[in-house]
Design a protein around this ligand. Structure first.
Ligand SMILES: Cc1cc2nc3c(=O)[nH]c(=O)nc-3n(C[C@H](O)[C@H](O)[C@H](O)COP(=O)(O)O)c2cc1C
Length: 328
């Protein structure tokens, strides 16, 4: 038994998005319409096990309101995966997810994330190292924390690196993973073409044959809960992950979103709540104020004068200045 086994099908997950889904935004989404499971932003294990560690730790910050929560990691060296996963168990995460899908050029050049699709040997070693870290981590905290039976390990990936490659999910489904999230695109295509949900369905069929206990989660272009439910039903999936949909509608996980009917004052007030929580959570400016700009676009939108207001708000140099402007 672990956290994946406790979720009822089809479950909904807030996708990991770097510099977006930190503890503040996860709490905000949770206060509107919570998903069934949260992921952290991806955090580099090689950086974590280096003198740069302190800079990365805020990405692992979470509150009890954000449970269940999975920590997402990426990197190159298996020994750093081992050590990091051991630490994640002690930090109280509900599981760990390994990013094997990020298509960013610098990351791929370094042999990480989607590059692992073409390096099965290293991908296998990384999963093995993570599993060893999970076991040793659980042993180390035994008695101090009530742990699930097994600290779960999952992978989030794409349909291929430079081309569609169905031998990749076949390989992953032989690694005894607790869950596998498939973003229905290849890395080379970034987000250029629509996600291929037919292929995600084929991977679910492959799962039925090769690894019935592994949960399959589909990801790509879902903009509402009803749309996600339809896709889960059509392709027999265990879960649906939604990322950018939350930019169009912060209530994306609700059955009947009230977002289109929100008045200007309500939207401004929601942004105010977001800025206040940001200021409270990062009192020493651990996160730069400009990272709020992408959220500004979510709330300050779709009303007369929104664009001009955004320009003024995005120029603010402190959270206090931002709050003063919102008061006006
Ligand atoms: C700004 C941004 C940051 C992202 N950061 C991550 C990340 O840290 N880890 C990850 O696995 N995927 C990351 N992704 C990919 C998303 O998790 C998701 O797979 C992708 O956006 C497709 O889903 P969507 O169409 O629902 O957004 C990121 C995407 C965006 C837009």
């Amino acid at each position: 038994m672990n956290i994946w086994d406790t979720l009822s099908r089809p479950f909904f997950i807030l996708a990991p998005m770097d510099d977006v889904t930190d503890t503040v935004f996860r709490q905000i989404v949770g206060s509107m319409a919570p998903p069934d499971l949260y992921f952290t932003e991806f955090v580099n294990v090689d950086g974590l096990q280096s003198p740069g560690r302190k800079m990365l730790l805020p990405k692992f910050q979470f509150s009890e309101k954000e449970r269940p929560i999975i920590a997402q990691i990426w990197g190159k060296k298996p020994e750093n995966y081992y050590q990091t996963v051991k630490e994640l168990v002690a930090m109280g995460f509900d599981g760990v997810d390994i990013n094997m899908g990020c298509p960013v050029k610098a990351v791929i050049r370094d042999g990480c994330c989607a590059a692992l699709i073409d390096d099965r040997e290293l991908a296998g070693e990384i999963i093995k190292a993570a599993r060893a870290g999970a076991l040793d981590g659980a042993r180390a905290v035994k008695g101090k924390l009530s742990l699930p039976h097994r600290f779960p390990i999952s992978v989030k990936t794409r349909l291929g690196n430079k081309q569609l490659d169905m031998t990749w999910p076949e390989f992953l489904l032989q690694q005894d993973l607790d869950a596998l999230t498939i973003h229905g695109r290849i890395a080379k295509d970034m987000s250029k073409y629509p996600a291929d949900w037919g292929k995600i369905g084929e991977i679910r069929e492959m799962r039925d044959r090769l690894s019935p206990a592994t949960k399959i989660i589909g990801n790509g272009d879902v903009l509402s809960r009803p749309q996600g439910l339809e896709l889960a039903e059509e392709h027999g999936l265990d879960g649906i992950m939604i990322g950018r949909g939350v930019f169009h509608d912060p209530y994306v996980f609700s059955t009947d979103s009230p977002w289109v009917d929100k008045a200007q004052a309500e939207k401004i007030n929601l942004y105010r709540q977001h800025v206040e929580l940001f200021a409270k959570t990062w009192p020493n400016r651990q996160h730069k104020i400009y990272t709020l700009n992408k959220f500004c676009k979510i709330y300050i939108n779709d009303f007369a004068g929104a664009k001009e207001m955004r320009i003024r708000l995005m120029a603010a140099r402190s959270t206090q200045e931002l709050l003063d402007l919102l008061d006006q």
